[in-house]
Design a protein around this ligand. Structure first.
Ligand SMILES: Nc1nc2c(ncn2[C@@H]2O[C@H](COP(=O)(O)OP(=O)(O)OP(=O)(O)O)[C@@H](O)[C@H]2O)c(=O)[nH]1
Ligand SMILES: [Mg+2]
Length: 241
């Protein structure tokens, strides 16, 4: 039996813990207000003879180090490198929710996008073009209702395909303006040299250009490389975004 780790990421209140509880049989606190999951919870489930460790991350609007929750979710995805990051989106506010999905895809292609609350979207007459979204994002996209237990098997099939490598993803990557891209192109090889190729160098370079010294502090803590410089040595090196 293979073992995989699946991390649940998403905006607050998108039903991550509802799905987590359904799959693991656990009782993570759920409810209709944001910020309930403050501590990362872990549980287990099986699907098609594979065993999964599920990790319920705190809900975040971004991975830009604006809060302890964002730092925790960001660090888990970067340093723990789950086999699959399951991005849970609210079908009734896709535009806002997709922002986080794009950020996750900049860090890892080992992702599945799960559009939850499809029952609510249907009630509101929202029509979602699943094929188009999936093609654009380059990873499997599935609609579910965690509360009504709809679409769960199909979701787990896609998680399995990404976990086992049966689905080779082609994650959408944002191309920034020339100045930022030049900064990224200069910094990325330096980042790779500092921390090796195991980590998402392009994304880290982008964040360093943006002055994200919390990320630099996490790199220092998680990667015991003497080559990681002080924040002030890197930040201010490139363009101001
Ligand atoms: N209509 C509908 N409501 C849902 C569905 N899934 C979850 N909910 C509701 O959405 C609310 C938020 O669910 P949670 O599971 O707590 O959301 P969360 O993403 O863990 O929230 P945070 O921990 O704050 O990030 C709860 O009231 C759930 O009952 C669904 O498929 N349909
Ligand atoms: Mg939660």
């Amino acid at each position: 039996m293979s073992h995989y780790t699946v991390a649940f990421a998403g905006n607050p209140n998108t039903g991550k813990s509802t799905l987590f509880n359904l799959l693991t049989g656990m009782r993570q606190h759920t409810g209709n207000w944001a910020g309930k999951t403050v501590i990362t919870a872990e549980g287990e489930f099986t699907h098609n003879n594979h065993m999964y460790r599920a990790v319920d991350l705190p809900g975040t609007y971004s991975l830009y180090s604006n809060s302890a929750d964002e730092e925790a979710a960001r660090d888990y995805i970067i340093f723990e490198q789950p086999d699959v990051t399951l991005v849970v989106l609210d079908a009734t506010s896709l535009e806002r929710n997709l922002n986080l999905a794009l950020q996750v895809l900049e860090i890892t292609g080992r992702a599945v996008v799960c559009i939850n609350l499809i029952d609510e979207a249907r009630r509101l007459g929202i029509d979602i073009n699943l094929k188009a979204i999936s093609k654009r994002l380059g990873v499997p996209v599935v609609t579910i209702s965690a509360r009504n237990k709809i679409g769960i098997e199909a979701l787990l099939d896609q998680v399995e395909r990404v976990a086992t490598g049966a689905f080779i993803t082609d994650p959408m990557r944002i191309i920034y303006n020339d100045e930022i891209e030049r900064g990224i192109a200069e910094l990325t090889p330096m980042v790779e040299q500092m921390i090796g190729s195991k980590y998402p160098a392009r994304w880290i370079a982008l964040r360093l250009l943006d002055g994200d010294d919390s990320l630099l502090a996490s790199l220092k803590e998680n990667i015991k490389s003497k080559e990681i410089p002080e924040a002030k040595e890197v930040i201010g090196y490139g363009v101001t975004c």
